[in-house]
Design a protein around this ligand. Structure first.
Ligand SMILES: *Cc1c(COP(=O)(O)O)cnc(C)c1O
Length: 474
C-alpha cells in the first residue's frame, strides 16, 4: 500500500474493514456493553489540530483500533437492554456498505431513480407487514423526530389554511395540540420547533393504564374550543419510551375525528412488533390515523437511520414541505415522486436498500420469531426478577419492556450503577409516578435466551455482592 488513499487502497482497506466487522460482531459478547470511560478519555488521545501532511492509512487504521472500539457503547451487543435497541442486522450492514460506495443524494427521483422507487416499494411492503390497509403511502425519514416534526408542521398548516408558510405565526390564532405525558420528548421538540409553543401542547390526563382515553381527549379539545382556542392536532402514543404506554388508539382517533382534528401516531419503537398479528390489538384503530411513524432502525434490524412515516394522504404534507425551485424541476416528468418534498431536509440517503435486504434475508417469519422471542424472554426475566428479595416490578411488560425497583430511589440508583459498572449487561432508568425505576427492554437482534436470563442473575449478584458463590462467574 502506498501512502495515498486511492481507489486501489479502498479495495484493500474495505476488505480489512469487512474482516474487522465480522470479528467485532463475533467477539461482542466478550466486551463490556457500555464503555467504562471517564469524559475526555478519548478526546485526550487525539491531536488538537488536523494534520498538514497526508498520513498513511496504516497509521489511521492502527489508531482506530487502538482508540475507538474500547470507547464505544456496543449497541449491537446481545446484552444491550438499555434505552431501545438500534439493531443492525448483518444484511442491513451489507446494504449500507453498498449505499456508502454509491454515496448518492436521493433528493429527487432523477438524482437516483432506484433510491426513490425502492423506497416506494419498501413503504408498501412495510405497510402490508404491519397490517395497515391499502391507501397508506409514505416515506422514509432519518428519525422519528423528523417524521413527527413533519406531521406537526402539516397539521399546523392545515389548521391555518396554509397561511403560516407565507405570513408566519405572529398574527395567527393560538393553535393547540394534544398528547399524553407518556409521549416522547420528540413531540415536545416538534411543537417547539414548529412555533406552536410548549404551553400549547396539552398533556391530556391518562387513565390507570397510562393511556389517553377518547373521552379525556374530547373533553380537552372541547374545553379549548369553548375558550376560543384552535385545536389543530393530536399525537397519540403507541408504545411510550418510558414504560411502553399505549393510548386507546381507536377511541382517541374517533374522538379526534368527531372534533375534526387530524391524528399522528408515534409508534417509533412498538411499530416493529406489529409485524406479528397477535400484537396489533395494542394499536387497534390505528388505520384511522392520518400519519403514523415507526422506526425499523429500532427493532426490525434495518440500522439507524430508518424511520418510516405512513401517510393516508401525502397531499397536505407535500403542500407544507414541498418547494420546487427551478433547479429541482424534472422536465416533463410530473408523475414522479420527489421525496424531498415529503420531508424537512432536502438531501436524503438511500435508506430503502437496507430494508430490501433485511426483509428478504430474514423474511417476515424470521423477524417475527425474533420479536416473539424477545417478548417471551422479557416475561421470563420479569418473573425471575420478581422472585428476588426486595425487587418490585414497577410496570408490567408491554411487549418486551418492563421496569423494576428496590425499596428506595437511592437503593435503586445504586443498584443500577453497580449493574452498569459490572458491564455484562446494560440497563437504563426512568421515573414512574416520580419514582426512580430501572427499565429492561429486550430487543437486540442477536440476543439469545441465555443473554436475557443473565439480567436477573446479574441483579441478584449485585444485590448481594459478597454471597454470590453459587452463581456462575462471567
Ligand atoms: C425512539 C423514540 C422516538 C425518537 O426516535 P428518533 O428516531 O431517535 O428520533 C420517538 N418516539 C418514541 C416512542 C421512541 O421510542
Amino acid at each position: 500500500m502506498g501512502t495515498t488513499m486511492d481507489h486501489e487502497g479502498l479495495r484493500h482497506w474495505s476488505k480489512r474493514a469487512a474482516d474487522w466487522a465480522a470479528d467485532y460482531h463475533a467477539t461482542l459478547r466478550d466486551r463490556p456493553v457500555r464503555a467504562p470511560l471517564v469524559p475526555g478519555a478519548i478526546a485526550r488521545q487525539l491531536p488538537p489540530g488536523p494534520p498538514d501532511a497526508a498520513e498513511p492509512m496504516e497509521a489511521i487504521w492502527a489508531d482506530f483500533e487502538r482508540i475507538v472500539p474500547d470507547g464505544m457503547t456496543h449497541w449491537q451487543h446481545p446484552r444491550f437492554f438499555a434505552y431501545f435497541p438500534a439493531n443492525a442486522a448483518p444484511a442491513s450492514m451489507l446494504a449500507e456498505q453498498l449505499v456508502n460506495a454509491m454515496a448518492c443524494n436521493a433528493l429527487i427521483w432523477q438524482t437516483s431513480p432506484a433510491a426513490t422507487e425502492v423506497e416506494q416499494v419498501m413503504v408498501g411492503w412495510l405497510r402490508q407487514a404491519v397490517g395497515l390497509p391499502e391507501g397508506f403511502t409514505g416515506t422514509i425519514h432519518d428519525s422519528a423526530t423528523n417524521a413527527t416534526l413533519s406531521a406537526v408542521l402539516t397539521m399546523r398548516e392545515q389548521a391555518l389554511g396554509w397561511k403560516g408558510l407565507e405570513d408566519g405565526l405572529s398574527g395567527a390564532p393560538t393553535l393547540r395540540f394534544y398528547a399524553s405525558a407518556e409521549t416522547h420528548s420528540s413531540v415536545d421538540k416538534a411543537i417547539r420547533v414548529a412555533g406552536i409553543g410548549q404551553r400549547n401542547l396539552v398533556k391530556v390526563a391518562t387513565d390507570a393504564a397510562r393511556a389517553m382515553t377518547g373521552a379525556a381527549l374530547q373533553a380537552a379539545i372541547r374545553a379549548d374550543r369553548a375558550a376560543g382556542l384552535h385545536p389543530a392536532g393530536v399525537i397519540l402514543c403507541a408504545g411510550g419510551t418510558s414504560v411502553g404506554a399505549f393510548d386507546r388508539i381507536a377511541e382517541c382517533v374517533a374522538a379526534a375525528k368527531a372534533e375534526g382534528v387530524p391524528v399522528h401516531v408515534d409508534a417509533a419503537w412498538a411499530g416493529s412488533a406489529m409485524i406479528c398479528p397477535e400484537f396489533r390489538d395494542l394499536w387497534a384503530g390505528v388505520e384511522g390515523a392520518d400519519s403514523i411513524v415507526f422506526n425499523p432502525h429500532k427493532w426490525l434490524g434495518a440500522q439507524f437511520d430508518c424511520s418510516i412515516q405512513f401517510l393516508k394522504d401525502p397531499g397536505a404534507q407535500v403542500r407544507t414541505l414541498g418547494l420546487r425551485p427551478t433547479y429541482l424541476e424534472t422536465a416533463g416528468r410530473e408523475e414522479i415522486v420527489n421525496f424531498n418534498e415529503w420531508t424537512v431536509p432536502l438531501g436524503r440517503r438511500f435508506r430503502a436498500l437496507k430494508l430490501w435486504f433485511v426483509l428478504r434475508a430474514y423474511g417476515l417469519e424470521g423477524l417475527r420469531e425474533r420479536i416473539r422471542n424477545h417478548v417471551t424472554w422479557a416475561l421470563r426475566s420479569r418473573d425471575q426478577l420478581a422472585a428476588l428479595p426486595g425487587v418490585r416490578i414497577v410496570t408490567e411488560p408491554r411487549l418486551s419492556l418492563f421496569s423494576f425497583a428496590l425499596e428506595t430511589d437511592a437503593a435503586t440508583e445504586a443498584l443500577l450503577q453497580r449493574i452498569n459498572d459490572d458491564g455484562r449487561i446494560y440497563l437504563t432508568q426512568t421515573r414512574v409516578d416520580g419514582q426512580f425505576a430501572i427499565r429492561v427492554q429486550v430487543g437486540s437482534f442477536d440476543c439469545r435466551e441465555e443473554d436475557v436470563m443473565l439480567i436477573a442473575k446479574t441483579v441478584q449478584e449485585m444485590l448481594a455482592p459478597c454471597s454470590s458463590d453459587s452463581l456462575p462467574s462471567r
